[in-house]
Design a binder for this molecule. Structure first.
Ligand code: SF4
Ligand code: SF4
Length: 677
């Protein structure tokens, strides 16, 4: 009787402690700014729960740590039954679960998962203590040790209790189904009945105390993710992956006191605060981040942890203050997170892709940039001219709109192309979106020219917006200058809509992403295709026929805004595979795992002051592949990697060429001349 009263009291105390802490955590979330996201697409939500939460798919992107986590996660799901059985056995000898409590296969599953969880713990210890991957730098390692010790204790005590129950004849399952528990019961052979009962009681009570302690402790530790991960996944953004968080701007009615973006903790949304609760500190994001990999201070993991630590630091005071406390809050930048950290991000998406619990790092980083630019006017000085050019000339190069068609003039060796404005060719099959790099950067002008030649050869009628085209606003938006982005977006949408907007094709993944995924936020809905995909289609349809052999080794650098943000990577490989005698070799980091060239997120117009330059890191990887040609599908990558190869020129004669240029050389026969020359 005393035991029952004691356990009931302990369960009540632990439950109250858990609920009190949970209530406090929920109240802290309430300090965040509103975010009206609601699960809308329930089919997609269910799939995410099945795949990401129950299937652990993102964890399994990394086989060994993924399997380790899978074993422990599923172990605890199955072993919820043994937990109930252990508590039940304290209340009543010989307790069995209703309905399934004597079902042999359940007993077997319990035995197997006890072993599986212990195997998972051994793997976790081996990873953390022997392998010691750099991704754990900055994580709370001691806390993880406590948890692993607690999990081991929970497994040992449940196995001990099952063995003792078998020895006492109280075990509910037929022991032919539970070989592990039966083996443990052998340890009690010859033990006197009184001692056996004492051992059983000790195991059951230790188990119950560990479980109750774990329940309370997890709400104070990084293991809070056990509770919040499924909720965080449920509220994962339903935006396309490459689209930034929308921002409502009403500059005409804004006052000097208005704050934009996230300047203090309460200007992050409740979802961004929930992200911080959910971080497991696994460091997968950190290990994939090109900024961290090249020696910059930005770690997406540490950034999210800093947000959480700061929330816990100031949240209690905010909740107990009556009013006005927000005005005294320390700024997020540089108080909590250094400005430099915020500016190091290329918005490549590697962190979001890697994160097993769907944390949205880029939204938080861009919200901080929005505040730094629009409220604080504090940003790297070299950004100033790019932003001013975008605002006044509609492109970051500061070139006149009248020069937007200069690419079509060709070079001394080439014929000028006759490219109509869309208003003169309303029946054109596609609108060629040239992009600012294609219009003003010499190297990329050649790419657009060659792509346009391929369209002509394939008989695809196309037109352009010419001087009516402006920058899509991608760099402005990702630099945090939302007002410039919205101005450019509105202009472009007006021109596209009045042009009747046929299918749009572009050689720039940033333009592709913005036109396809972000203009919808302003009512612009267009069918957009990246030129590598269109070229692959034209090859499949037989409208383009590679003829000249290209006996070279070729590798392809996936642009982040194609591969990671938009799952676009097949077309480029199909094009290369179609070229006679071209031998394709994959870079180590490719597809979803591609490594950023360093130019996204507006970084094209910022200095890289610390660590190794990202373009050099990627160039070195490409050079190590010993390919003759590094194929690209993005004007920024083209510039960054060409510069990288030029810098290493003494060591290599690798050429950097866009997919369109490689294909044209085979289609028009110039590859033969190149090979001969
Ligand atoms: S988006 Fe890329 S650069 Fe930015 S934090 Fe994530 S991984 Fe790092
Ligand atoms: S943000 Fe995601 S990937 Fe990064 S440490 Fe936290 S849980 Fe791991």
């Amino acid at each position: 009787m005393l035991e029952r009263i004691g356990l009931t009291a302990l369960v009540l105390v632990a439950t109250v402690a858990f609920l009190r802490r949970s209530r406090y955590l929920v109240r802290l979330l309430g300090l965040g700014a509103p975010d009206d996201r609601r699960p809308a697409d329930w089919g997609r939500k269910l799939k995410q729960q099945l795949v990401v939460v129950l299937g652990q798919r993102k964890l399994l992107q990394w086989t060994v740590p993924g399997v380790m986590h899978w074993l422990i996660f599923w172990g605890f799901i199955v072993l919820l039954t043994t937990i109930i059985e252990a508590f039940g056995a304290i209340y009543q000898d010989g307790f069995a679960l209703p309905l399934v409590g004597r079902f042999g296969p359940l007993g077997l599953a319990q035995d197997l998962f006890i072993a599986a969880v212990l195997a998972g713990v051994v793997m976790a210890v081996a990873i953390r203590k022997v392998q010691r991957p750099g991704r754990f730098t900055g994580s709370h390692l001691r806390e993880a040790d406590y948890i692993l010790a607690a999990i081991t204790g929970i497994m040992v005590t449940v196995a001990g209790a099952r063995g003792a129950e078998i020895a006492r004849g109280l075990f509910p399952y037929d022991t032919r189904w539970t070989p592990i528990s039966r083996a443990v019961s052998g340890l009690f052979d010859g033990v006197a009945a009184g001692r056996l009962e004492a051992a059983d009681t000790a195991f059951l009570w230790s188990h119950a105390l560990l479980i109750l302690g774990f329940l309370v402790y997890l709400t104070y530790s990084k293991h809070l993710h056990i509770v919040t991960a499924a909720i965080n996944v449920l509220f994962t953004s339903e935006r396309p992956k490459g689209a930034l968080k929308p921002m409502h701007l009403d500059l005409e009615n804004a006052s000097e006191d208005d704050s934009f973006g996230a300047g203090v903790i309460t200007e992050l949304t409740w979802k961004q605060l929930l992200d911080s609760y959910t971080c497991t500190e696994c460091g997968r994001c950190q290990s994939q981040c090109p900024a961290w990999a090249t020696g910059k201070p930005l770690s997406p993991k540490l950034l999210i942890m800093d947000v959480r630590d700061h929330l816990f630091e100031v949240g209690g005071g905010l909740l107990s203050s009556t009013n006005g406390a927000a005005a005294e809050l320390p700024p997020l930048n540089p108080g909590v997170i250094e400005d430099e950290v915020v500016w190091d991000c290329t918005t490549c998406g590697a962190c979001v892709q890697a994160c097993p619990v769907n944390i949205e790092h880029i939204d938080t980083i861009v919200d901080m940039r929005r505040n730094l630019v629009m409220s604080e006017s504090r940003f790297p000085k070299e950004m100033q001219s790019a932003l001013a050019n975008l605002e006044t000339s509609g492109n970051p190069w500061g070139q006149p709109a009248t020069a937007r068609l200069d690419w079509a003039k060709g070079t001394a060796r080439e014929e000028p192309l006759d490219v109509p404005h869309i208003s003169d060719a309303p029946d054109a099959e596609v609108l060629l979106w040239v992009g600012c790099a294609g219009a003003f950067d010499d190297r990329n002008r050649r790419v657009v020219y060659d792509f346009a030649r391929l369209l002509q050869i394939a008989g695809v009628s196309f037109a352009v917006l010419g001087p009516d085209e402006s920058c899509t606003g991608d760099p402005a938006r990702r630099m945090g200058a939302e007002y410039i982005y919205q101005m450019l977006a509105e202009q472009n949408i007006e021109h596209l809509d009045s042009a009747g907007a046929p299918k749009i094709v572009t050689a720039c993944p940033h333009c592709f992403n913005t036109l396809a995924n972000e203009y919808t936020q302003f009512g612009g809905n267009y069918e957009v295709v990246h030129h590598t995909e269109m070229l692959a289609d034209l090859l499949r349809e037989g409208r383009l026929e590679p003829a000249a052999a290209m006996p070279k080794t070729v590798t392809y650098h996936d642009p982040c805004y194609n591969a990671r943000h938009n799952d676009v990577w097949k077309g480029a490989r199909e094009v290369i595979a179609a070229i006679p005698e071209a031998r394709y070799g994959e870079l180590h980091r490719h597809g979803h795992s591609t490594f950023c060239c360093g130019a996204g997120g507006g970084r094209m117009w910022m200095e890289e002051r610390m660590g190794k330059k990202m373009n050099m890191e990627r160039t070195d990887e490409a050079l190590a592949s010993s390919s003759d040609t590094l194929a690209v599908g993005c004007p920024y990558c083209n510039i960054m990697l060409s510069d990288g190869v030029t810098e290493r020129h003494a060591d290599s004669d690798m050429e950097v060429r866009d997919i369109a240029q490689i294909l044209l050389a085979s289609v028009d026969g110039s590859a033969t001349e190149e090979a001969a020359g």
